[in-house]
Design a protein around this ligand. Sequence first.
Ligand code: ADP
Ligand code: MG
Length: 777
Amino acid sequence: RSMMEKILKRRSLQLREQQQAWQESLQGKKMLEFRRSLPAYKERDALLTAISQNQVIIISGQTGCGKTTQIPQYILESEIDSGNGALCNIICTQPRRISAISVSERVASERGEKLGESVGYKVRLEGVKGKDTHLLFCTTGILLRRLLVDRNLKGVTHVIVDEIHERGMNEDFLLIVLKDLLPRRTELKLILMSATLDAELFSSYFGGAPIVRIPGFTYPVQTYFLEDILEMSGYKLTPYNQIDDYGQEKMWKMGKQAPRKRKSQIASAVEDALGAADFEDYSPQTRESLSCWNPDCIGFNLIEYILCHICENERPGAVLVFMTGWDDISSLKDKLQTHPVLGDPTRVLLLACHGSMATSEQRLIFDEPADGVRKIVLATNIAETSITINDVVFVLDCGKAKETSYDALNNTPCLLPSWISKVSAQQRRGRAGRVQPGECYHLYPRCVYDAFAEYQLPEILRTPLQSLCLQIKSLKLGSISEFLSRALQSPELLAVQNAIDYLKIIGALDENENLTLLGRYLSMLPVEPKLGKMLILGAILNCLDPILTIVAGLSVRDPFLTPFDKKDLAEAAKSQFSRDYSDHLALVRAYEGWKDAEINFGGYDYCWKNFLSVQSMKAIDALRKDFFSLLRDTGLPDGHTSTSTAWNRDEHLIRAIICYGLYPGICSVVNNEKSSSLKTMEDGQVLLYSNSVNARESQIPYPWLAFNEKIKVKSVFLRDSTAVSDSMVLLFGGSIVRGDMDGHLKMLGGYLEFFMNLSVVEMYETIKRLLDELIQD
Ligand code: ADP
Ligand code: MG
């Protein structure tokens, strides 16, 4: 033991020497000077004292004040200075992989080191970490996984949970687990960091833990709302027949949780704004500019107009545009690149910033552009609090963010752009005033802003809880509902029950809520259970190549583009890929065609001709590899590589695997003379999205469609479906891993009875016949 102590002591001394040498070097001094200019520095001593005197503290401070990059570093530095460097082991979680990576790089460079020395990171499938890494940035998911094998976080001295104000599901989950852990690990320190001031909730959750506030400073920001922008641009605010859509759109996205009052508040606010305007002036231009209210189509023209205005008339300074997602960002970027001013690289440096960008692309965002070149960054809400771009002076805010919402009553998830909260809008605005007085253009009327909710609902209250429930079980945390009742804010009982029921139906949990073998495999795969099921069965049945494409395709945005004005052409292009009543198989063909074209550098042309998104194709390509390595970690596929030709490609088999994954997402097809109508057990009549290949077929000669997702707008719509046969539903519709044949029969029996009014005897006869047929096959 004394040997070990000696080694640690020597190592601690080395660390101290290294740190001092850097801080005394020329570059190190310059870096220190910058770091000392950050608001967090003034609180350094107070923070370190608070941490040493309390097991839990909460730190709140404006974005950019130095929480993420400085506070973990203060702890590390002070441990090193006091000669305990080799003993400390700090973990700092980030909600997104991109921030974990970029922050760790930044902190390493602030310490004059390379990544993997004292500072490292770990995200899913990637990481840089050395044996002397004492400060690790990781995603919240990674820490949760570690808890799976290391319940007490042995050897960890500090856990820092960052961005808790976002109230992400993983963070809320982690807090419950850590709260249980603290009494077992009395010397472990927990530090929570928030970018908003409402830290009391967290403090009282942890028995009145002290809050340290870092005072912030921002320059004044001149604010414009849509009406100001339109006036400035010479457009006139006029009524627009979007009011209906508008009302409708609210229903999807707010789901059940939104109080009725708020819906009508927004609707009437818009009506007021529009009603006050002039009916005559109903030009297409105005319509275009107002389309920024439509969630599916942010007013690109309006954005272009403002950007152009800034470039031509305004003082220097970077521009940050908040958009809803990667897809909008890339299409706006494409559009702007053809613009005479905005697309001119000698005048404008156009960059994107979103969760799935490459690390190299990321670095550019922080760099200063050449003289006379204006940096324009198109970003998702990732730039709201987790990434700080230094030189921003102008902000454009579309007022929306993509968030998952979940309607427990209909048990239907939605991923749609929805209005942000007032707090988010203020955050976005604040980004403009960090270095000098700034300007913020909100692309919506003030009355809409006034109707925003104060805060966004925590994720745990608005998303399906299936994956979370699996995690609770795999971490052996006891009863799901008991565990979740101890959350900061507990989800509705109905939502919890729905998730448990679903997991039972698919065979991931048994009757007593214990994890089955399938459940254990699913909890190892950080994807939705339905995708996990496809991967698992694809691996077992030696059919992984096409399944990887399908699963990857379901995880990125729809690669089949449907431009507004070329809808027919686009749909026709998609149906070329389909001969067999399956959107999923169409995707496989489209991807494989792209892959072939790509080898001869024809990938871009191929996508252009076929209305496919190049970005989605590339994303699928990358994700396929990720999923394959994830799967390999579970030990399921042996042998082949992800693209090996040895994989089975039989279409019936692929269909069966799709059915297995998507079950119980299946609907029955009732063929009439002219058309097919669709029904599910819960919703009755359902419809297909117009871009489904099955929507173009007048008849679907199969008894069932397995669908990926249903979304409630006015009616229930199915997205992405594959026709499947009786025997597939029968054999793959339940859980084959559990081998619960009885359950299958009952399930299918239920369907048959419901749709065909068969008696129970006839029902079993039919099933027997089907089984016999299958065996003869
Ligand atoms: P907070 O977490 O409080 O929002 P950060 O610690 O992320 O703040 O950032 C503090 C400051 O460090 C930022 O205002 C910015 O000036 C600087 N900074 C952060 N990341 C980088 C980077 N990758 N490159 C250059 N400067 C950075
Ligand atoms: Mg931060």
